[in-house]
Write a protein that binds this ligand. Structure first.
Ligand code: LR7
Ligand code: MN
Length: 551
């Protein structure tokens, strides 16, 4: 038996798609466009860009909203408890049938079952630090194109992303919301998606790509379709928070070369709870995997933007012309991975900056793994990283990458001439300059490094722990509690570890079979000689002897 507490669940979309089209907005506003390169060259953007044609509709975000709201008010929500009121919390019990549906979640690696039950326009806690609400952000009149690329995303998560933008963006700031479909084949994302979108807002548009382009080329496509002065990229499973937009736009208005990132809050993959992220900076290890670093010193103000050596990749604002000027993305990068580090280095080395804006918050569903395949393209994070390393890790620093990932030496980067010419045209700084001025912490050693964690998050990701001195990994094949922790060959088929975060920055390390890494009790004492043995023990998730700090 599982009981979840939700923000009023309702089957908002028990209205048929047809009914929505009938009563919905006029015109083919949301167009599935898919133009070939050839067609693209022949046409001028403005001619076929429906957002431009219907500019007046674009202005009318608010009315569109009301329209959608009225419609849903007529739909009876399930199990509404009058005593609690419409916006109150409501308990829901999962039956056996529900449990079967629950297993569907494996397809998406997060709780879609729950996502489908939660209102699209649920409230999220305003987790901005005190002082943000009082700040004013004058002089930001530029309009935004929000670009969301998706491949087989759960429809409810995608729609909730859009709904949150509509609900929590000041009217008049959003030019358009571009959904770039990266060759999805789920039925929910087909025709019916258009009707459901139209019920939320008229400024959303879906661009269909029949061929899988990967998220990097899909973003380039989105940027080229966009007409807003500022681009904001989001993953397809986000919820923007109160007042998210102005602080981002303000940073860009101050300095057009700045790239502004919101704080990426956590939406729990299983409970879909929204909670605040700690204040951290982005960086990477020599394997060129993104990582979170702690801030080197106390930040002077909790509300002021601060610089970050790298960004996670998915959520950021950039002036559209600036994005083009500095070379969009590397079109030869496939599917997933590496583009975030490439972009971060390029922005910094070529005269710009990256900032994290604490007053701007956007939640993201952190999954333990990616649910989709990569069309047999292998480890694209690795092949993409090879391209970026050959382009940006100049001055001999590429050997650090090769040392961390020896297999990378064997991979040919392919034609880099275009990327290198961008570097030359912009007169970019060297990588040594970047290390000296932006990321001196990059060269610091840590006792344990994360191996092969891919793009997973620091909260629920599966990973291996590698011991630097022995170059072996923490053994995860524990049979029973009190088994002593040992290190073993990193290639062995052992399970990945999971981090579970009970609070603050301490986490439990889950070994599988409900066993956690424990440094207390009888077993701990068994080491003798004043040192502590680390053993497997039944997980209690209460910190204490099972709390670990990831550094
Ligand atoms: O082939 C694909 N085509 C797509 O359109 C594969 C993916 N996608 C879409 C997908 O539907 C999603 O909207 O691309 C987006 C990112 O993919 P995710 O959500 O599966 O990956 P992620 O959240 O682990 O990805 C992080 O790293 C990526 C590296 O390429 C991108 O930069 C993502 O945008 C980035 N996400 C974030 O920064 C959110 C915070 C995560 C952290 C840390
Ligand atoms: Mn994501």
């Amino acid at each position: 038996l599982k009981i979840y507490f939700l923000d009023v669940p309702s089957e908002q979309f028990s209205i048929s798609a047809d009914a929505l089209i009938e009563n919905g907005a006029d015109g083919n506003y949301i167009l599935p466009t898919d133009l070939s390169q050839q067609e693209r060259k022949q046409k001028k953007w403005k001619e076929f860009n429906p957002a431009r044609k219907h500019k007046d509709l674009g202005e009318n975000l608010k009315t569109a909203n009301l329209h959608a709201k009225k419609k849903f008010a007529a739909v009876e929500s399930i199990e509404t408890d009058d005593a609690l009121g419409r916006d109150a919390l409501l308990g829901m019990i999962l039956s056996d049938d529900d449990a079967a549906a629950f297993r569907e979640n494996e397809k998406h690696d997060f709780n879609v079952f729950l996502s489908n039950k939660i209102r699209l326009d649920r409230n999220v806690p305003d987790v901005r630090p005190p002082g943000c609400a009082e700040k004013s952000y004058p002089g930001r009149e530029e309009k935004v194109s929000v670009i969301i690329c998706f491949h087989n995303e759960a429809a409810s998560a995608l729609l909730r992303t859009v709904q949150s933008i509509v609900t929590r963006s000041s009217a008049g700031l959003i030019e358009e919301i571009l959904l770039i479909d990266d060759a999805s084949d789920l039925e929910d994302l087909g025709e019916s998606l258009l009707a459901r979108l139209r019920a939320i807002t008229l400024v959303a548009r879906v661009v269909r790509q029949q061929v899988r382009n990967g998220l990097i080329r899909s973003r380039i496509r989105g940027a080229r379709e966009a007409i807003g002065a500022v681009l904001i990229f989001l993953d397809s499973h986000c919820e923007v928070n109160v007042g998210w937009l102005e602080p981002l736009l303000f940073e860009i208005a101050l300095d057009r070369t700045a790239v502004a990132c919101p704080v990426i809050d956590l939406i729990h993959a299983e409970t879909l709870e929204y909670s605040a992220s700690p204040t951290v900076r982005g960086g990477f290890n020599w394997g060129l995997h993104f990582r979170w670093d702690s801030l080197p010193s106390k930040v002077p103000s909790k509300t002021e933007p601060y610089t970050t050596p790298a960004m996670a990749g998915g959520l950021f604002a950039v002036e559209r012309m600036r994005f083009i000027e500095i070379g969009e993305y590397d079109e030869a990068m496939d599917i997933w991975g590496g583009e975030n580090i490439e972009f971060s280095l390029r922005v910094w080395m070529c005269g710009g900056s990256i900032k994290i804006v604490p007053c701007s918050r956007v939640g993201h569903i952190f999954r333990s793994q990616r649910p989709y395949g990569n069309d047999g393209k292998g480890d694209t994070q690795l092949t993409n990283s090879v391209r970026l390393a050959h382009t940006w890790l100049d001055g001999g620093h590429i050997t650090k990458f090769f040392d961390a990932r020896p297999e990378a030496r064997l991979i040919q980067p392919g034609d880099l001439s275009q990327r290198l010419s961008i570097k030359k045209r912009l007169g970019c700084h060297s990588f040594q300059w970047y290390l000296d001025n932006v990321y001196p912490e990059a060269t610091q050693n840590t006792t344990f490094s994360r191996v092969d964690a891919g793009g997973a998050s620091r909260f629920t990701h599966k990973f291996k722990l590698r011991h630097l001195a022995s170059e072996m990994c923490l053994n995860t094949n524990y049979q029973s509690k009190n088994d002593r922790a040992t290190v073993t060959d990193c290639d062995s088929k052992g399970k990945r570890l999971t981090l579970y975060e009970p609070g603050d920055s301490s986490r439990a390390v889950v070994l599988g079979k409900k066993l956690c890494l424990d440094g207390g009790g009888e077993c701990a004492d068994s080491a003798g000689g004043g040192s502590v043995a680390v053993c497997a023990a039944k997980c209690h998730f209460n910190g204490g002897s099972q709390a670990w700090i990831y550094s």
